[in-house]
Write a protein that binds this ligand. Structure first.
Ligand SMILES: *Cc1c(COP(=O)(O)O)cnc(C)c1O
Length: 399
């Protein structure tokens, strides 16, 4: 059964009342061009063949669906399966949509890929796709993040990308997005804006979701092969929401499958100390979309914090806002301490060091599994690996 309401935004790019295209006049043509190209190529056999061939032979897909036996036994409840996006080339799910966006840019005759990055994960994945396809790449990154995420800055440079330091505002992800938008406005004729999550103006939330939906498609097939039935629950962390949409999309019409998105509760629920947008935010407009936001009375985005830089964003993809209001997906939180505990727990029990972002999803699985019957099945999206986080953890734990 396919419930189209859950799968496609309307003509103007709205999921319910969320999404749309809140962009300045000068960008209308450029974004319309992306929409037109995506509509043209998304069902084009040559385009899809090239995309899937890269996913297989360059990224290493399908990623395994792994039964975490030790963790399951230790918790004594539902079986926990991990969708191993951490094993992808470049170490996370982001390469899935970066290759799609880069292929599209190439088909459109663009010379350059432009994007923002927070922790540098999207920047690295995009610089990788650009190198592969012979495109230029320009990444905007906050000055604070450049210092914090130095190894990723080096990676981007090695891959041939130009890293633009953003010194305005809070000097982090939100300001990097503003800066990338401004640069795009000046060069949209030769440049493709490759947004890093299911956020931004239509068609980006839909397009990035579609490129990520390979995660859920594989997971469904894999669980049916291994268990001969659908899972009872899916769990994914939510920053902008691309890894979560990638896993959830294929299961939206399967009403019996519960879905949980886990947001970062950071240090506390005080403003500035978390990034729990759907849990504590209100609807508003940011970066071209209507969606839940953490904002002040004037509609200005609030500062955010999470131990996982990849979750540090005051907005969220509009489809998640819709799925929250409709009740189809439940949104909850894990804080810095719970994420850190889950990071250590998965490392020790399974020999898998997760990204701190993914550790938020693992933290919730650790809470949920013992409350469920042993016959039940949980799939956790392990969105990335933790190599990038070990220096930070070492300092924090004085290792
Ligand atoms: C960027 C990132 C995230 C957060 O982005 P989403 O769009 O919410 O998926 C989560 N996990 C990892 C490993 C990341 O690099």
């Amino acid at each position: 059964m396919n419930n189209l309401n859950f799968e496609q935004p309307d003509q103007k790019g709205y999921f319910g009342k969320y999404g749309g295209k809140y962009i300045p006049e000068q960008l209308q043509t450029a974004i319309a061009e992306v929409k037109e190209a995506y509509d043209k190529y998304k069902n084009d056999p040559d385009f899809l063949e090239e995309y899937h061939n890269l996913l297989k032979n360059y990224v290493g897909r399908p990623s395994p669906l792994y039964l975490a036996k030790n963790l399951t036994q230790k918790l004594g409840g539902a079986k926990i399966y991990l969708k191993r996006e951490d094993l992808n080339h470049t170490g996370a799910h982001k390469i899935n949509h970066c290759l799609g966006e880069a292929l599209l840019a190439k088909r459109m005759g663009k010379k350059k890929l432009l994007a923002e990055t927070g922790a540098g994960q999207h920047g690295v994945a995009l610089a990788t796709a650009a190198a592969l396809m012979g495109l230029e790449c320009e990444i905007h990154m906050g000055a604070i993040d450049i210092v914090k995420q130095h190894p990723n800055v080096i990676r981007m440079k090695l891959l041939g990308a130009k890293v633009v330091e953003v010194t305005q505002g809070g000097k982090n992800l939100k300001d990097a997005v503003d800066s990338a938008f401004a640069a795009f406005m000046q060069n949209y004729k030769t440049t493709f804006f490759a947004i890093g999550s299911v956020v931004g103006p239509h068609p980006y939330p839909m397009m990035v979701r579609d490129f990520q939906s390979v995660v859920g498609k594989e997971a469904k097939q894999q669980i049916l092969e291994q268990e001969k039935r659908l899972p009872n629950a899916l769990i994914a962390c939510v920053g902008g929401g691309s890894n979560a949409m990638g896993l959830f999309n294929e299961f939206l019409a399967d009403k019996e499958v519960k879905m949980v998105g886990v947001e970062p509760a950071g240090k506390s629920f005080k403003p500035g100390e978390h990034a729990a947008t759907l849990t504590l935010g209100t609807p508003g407009v940011l970066h071209g979309m209507m969606t839940y936001l953490l904002q002040d009375e004037k509609g200005q985005p609030l500062p955010v914090h999470s131990i996982a830089s990849g979750l540090d964003y005051p907005g969220v993809g509009p489809e998640h806002s819709y799925l929250k209001d409709s009740g189809r997906v439940e949104y909850t939180t894990a804080n810095d301490i719970e994420a850190l505990d889950a990071f250590l727990e998965l490392s020790k029990t399974e020999g898998i060091i997760p990204a701190l972002e993914s550790a938020h999803a693992v933290a919730y699985a650790i809470k949920l599994a013992p409350e469920m019957d042993k016959e039940k099945i949980i799939i956790v999206n392990l969105s990335g690996r933790g190599d990038k986080d070990i220096d930070y953890i070492a300092e924090k734990l004085k290792l």
